[in-house]
Write a protein that binds this ligand. Sequence first.
Ligand SMILES: Nc1ncnc2c1ncn2[C@@H]1O[C@H](COP(=O)(O)OP(=O)(O)O)[C@@H](O)[C@H]1O
Ligand SMILES: [Mg+2]
Length: 281
Amino acid sequence: MNELPSSDLPSPSAGAPGPRVLALANQKGGVGKTTTAINLGTALAAIGERVLIVDLDPQGNASTGLGIEQRSRRVSSYDVMVGDAPMAEALLPTAVPRLSIVASTMDLSGLELEIAGFRDRAFRLRNAIRSLTPEGGAAPFDYVLIDCPPSLNLITINAMAAANAILVPLQCEFFALEGLSQLLKTVEQVRTTLNPTLSIHGIVLTMFDARNNLSGQVVADVKQFMGSKVYDTIIPRNVRISEAPSYGKPALLYDLKCSGSQAYIRLASEIIQRERELRAA
Ligand SMILES: Nc1ncnc2c1ncn2[C@@H]1O[C@H](COP(=O)(O)OP(=O)(O)O)[C@@H](O)[C@H]1O
Ligand SMILES: [Mg+2]
């Protein structure tokens, strides 16, 4: 097993009020949301940030990919959102120092109906995340990464209402841009109705294949459409990335030197850099 780089330096975000909450959203499945949540979370933690991943997909791939067994998911994201448990009770440590997770179970697939009648139905997650920071106290995390389901349902709306910004993984494939306008429209609706300060943090292009001319064309198209919102870091298609979850490990622990792990470390640095610029602005 590769050792992760670590540092004893104070967390780069120390002193900031509350955690930065980033929702990984795209209603398309298989574009790299969960892979990005796991590996970006691991890379941020390796740099010294305290990170929480909230698994909001009933499939629970982020939980499984981080080695959380079913029997450990005693208190899950479902319990928190339905109001049966405070979020503090759902926090689970992972094998990565400074990286915690709120795991999910299949129960989550029934959540929408159960909370549909609640007045605060869109704010269940926001309130749960806020409850982690004690009144007048310090936040226990620097970053909260929300892994959304492949849908624009009430669960994803909760993530958007709770987030400071949205991070959109887009797969480098022919139909990459299809569906992006619908996603952006939903973000705009959430901004005008539920969360006025919500922004798009950035677009991360995933599964880039240098041998495929189409990948290059997709990068050019997305950059033309989204401009500087597209991160410079592009995640390559890399078999080590897809192997890692079956070992219950982030790719960064499974093979730190592979091209995919290295790309996620660069993405983490780029995101921290953007955060610094936002805070200085
Ligand atoms: N950079 C990559 N290289 C190779 N396979 C990848 C890469 N990113 C994701 N995958 C694989 O693609 C599939 C879909 O990724 P996933 O992160 O689960 O997408 P989503 O959460 O958007 O549904 C998974 O099997 C994953 O292992
Ligand atoms: Mg997923």
